[in-house]
Design a protein around this ligand. Sequence first.
Ligand code: TYM
Length: 343
Amino acid sequence: MSIKNRVFSGIQPSGDLHLGNYLGAIRRFVPLQETHECIYCVVDMHAITVWQDPDELRRATREVASAFIAAGIDPKAHIVFNQSQVIQHAELAWVFNCIARIGWMNRMTQFKDKAGKNSENVSLGLLAYPSLMAADILLYKASHVPVGDDQKQHLELTRDIAAKFNNDYAASIAAEGLAEEFFPLTEPLIAGPATRIMSLRDGKKKMSKSDPSDASRISLLDDADAIAKKIKRATTDPEPLPSDEKGLEGRPEADNLVGIYAALSDKSKADVLAEFGGAGWGVFKPALADLAVSVLAPMAGEMQRLIDDPETIDAVLREGADRARVLAEETMTQVRRIVGFIR
Ligand code: TYM
């Protein structure tokens, strides 16, 4: 059974955070603090499914934690921690490795994209990645998971793993006197105008950490000058903005920039088009650049201040991990009994 109103989400510390991570995830984490008990995790164990330089992993872990805090997540009222400090994530992931089927993993589009033609030579961890992700979520019996659109399939798999565990161990769950739906069927929260932010160079490609072109993404540590330049140079078509959403069809670059404006100003795309319909890029791009700078530059400043003080960030992560571990251990105590492990 889910803990009513408990949110879990995670971000990988692999490379620089970008506008897609912010609008698709981190910015949406903030208001959920008003209505939910929130657990936000820097998933460093997921990051090492592909090679990470250890110093760079430490830097990127602190960068993600600092982004959470600079964006407005309160690590005292809620929980912010890095995954590897709560070893129960690995323990439950192992149990789930024995529940999930290899065929399920092979069907994951993200795995297929990352492995490419090289699927025999990627790490075993990359294949099992969604099983660890299911463990992240189900260890806390989270009711909701806010993510970008690219995580949808992983959340469906999480529900499949929960259902198979509940079913395979139904007799044991009943014998322990626990609720039949031991693991909840967690709901994804994928909504709003920014669930899939696209590259600034190519409206058909997702904005991503791994794109070789720096101009394709706005990094959360970019300064005002870099943010404005990247927006002004973003690829567009020659047409002015349409006055309604239907007019964005077949115009991926325009759709993307309008979506970014909408998300940064907490409006809908329809509202933005009501304001800018008929305007050319010479009007819209400077307005978008000003808006982006006004939201992102102060946050970048605050992130940098926190990154420059690693002791404070590390203390926040340690304290968050101590609180997460208590919740995680409650679930694992039950799971060990259900599975038949003697303690
Ligand atoms: P990751 O680290 O790739 O991305 C972090 C979050 O950012 C979102 N995102 C985007 N949203 C909109 N447009 C984009 N271009 C864009 N790029 C990334 C992602 O959807 C995600 O929400 N597997 C996860 C991390 C994870 C996790 C979890 C998430 C591990 N355990 C448990 C939720 C719950 C991942 O790789 O995200």
